[in-house]
Design a binder for this molecule. Structure first.
Ligand SMILES: NC(=O)c1ccc[n+]([C@@H]2O[C@H](COP(=O)([O-])OP(=O)(O)OC[C@H]3O[C@@H](n4cnc5c(N)ncnc54)[C@H](O)[C@@H]3O)[C@@H](O)[C@H]2O)c1
Length: 287
């Protein structure tokens, strides 16, 4: 059983905002942290809207929704969250940035706090080098998008991660209504090592004119029983996030098949990042 009462979530984007909301609806207080006030405002609006929708659909009472929202504190400074007994980093997929954040996390949170990362692909062992002797409390806690709905948490031990840290991560994932599944510390773990080549290949098929994007997705939906086509899913994940994950896979596994398709790179360069920017492969109306 998890004893975690409060959790600091660093990064208020797609994933961080979902993690803090899921913690709050599980009765855990959440400090939602981001360097960008605009991202915090967006996260807060998303929290209020999602909870409101749950009340409308009678999945939650107004009292419980209000209580969940009241459990979330929004901060631009990590220091304000130092009392948290757990920290999970969900910032941009960049190793140097994550190492800097982990140094700050190590200096901020008490020695009993676990320092988890939601990275999709970066080595946990490498991230843990940022915290020196504290590496035993660093772990991969990989949630899926959208966090309030998706059941899986991939749990990834780095070389120095302790058994206690691992067990506490499994306990917290369960307390948040998730199913933890272990994977080893290789680039992309299991989920993205298998998923990203599929998404990349869908971009190549589009670029080569094999079919229109909507038809590629429709073929995978109807022919393979996918719940969502690979191009729609890429927009949902974020094309920049997909690109960054593929680059980690490409560099770490040394296989050119992981190199992002030129068309995907072009969309990212043009700022067409998917749902979050209003347009990616498909058009969602300008944000
Ligand atoms: N998008 C997905 O479907 C998905 C799924 C699982 C895991 N992930 C992983 O989760 C992490 C976050 O992805 P995302 O999709 O939420 O990205 P995002 O681009 O939506 O959000 C990233 C957030 O990090 C913030 N940030 C940047 N530097 C920061 C700092 N120094 N301190 C605090 N906040 C900072 C940004 O302002 C932004 O709000 C990445 O490691 C990604 O690989 C993403």
């Amino acid at each position: 059983m998890s004893t975690v009462k409060s959790i600091a979530v660093i990064g208020a984007g797609t994933m961080g905002s979902g993690i803090s909301l899921t913690a709050a609806t599980s009765g855990i207080s959440a400090f939602q942290i981001d360097v960008s006030q605009a991202q915090l405002d967006k996260a807060k609006a998303y929290h209020a809207k999602t909870l409101g929708r749950s009340v409308e659909k009678q999945k939650m009472t107004q009292v419980d929704a209000d209580a969940a929202l009241a459990r979330i504190t929004y901060l631009t400074d990590m220091a304000g969250a130092k009392a948290a007994d757990w920290a999970v980093e969900a910032a941009t997929e960049n190793i140097e940035l994550k190492k800097k954040i982990f140094q700050a996390m190590n200096a901020t949170f008490g020695p009993n706090a676990v320092l988890a990362t939601n990275t999709s692909s970066i080595s946990i062992t490498d991230i843990a080098t940022a915290v020196g002797a504290s590496a035993s409390r660093v772990i991969g806690m990989h949630f899926f998008n959208p966090v309030p709905i998706m059941k899986l948490v991939e749990v990834i031990k780095g070389l120095a991660t302790s058994e206690e840290t691992t067990q506490r991560t499994i306990d917290l994932a369960k307390a948040m209504g998730k199913t933890p599944v272990p994977a080893n510390d290789r680039a992309g773990f299991v989920s993205n090592r298998v998923l990203m080549p599929l998404i990349n290949e869908a971009f190549h098929a589009w670029m080569e004119g094999v079919a229109k994007p909507e038809d590629i997705d429709q073929i995978m939906l109807l022919g393979c029983n996918f719940p969502m086509g690979p191009l729609r899913l890429a927009d949902f994940i974020g094309l920049d996030v997909c690109h960054d994950i593929m680059m980690v896979l490409y560099r770490e596994l040394g296989n050119p098949k992981f190199f992002p398709c030129p068309l995907l790179r072009q969309l990212v360069q043009a700022g067409r990042l998917g749902d979050k920017s209003g347009r990616g492969v498909f058009d969602y109306g300008k944000k």
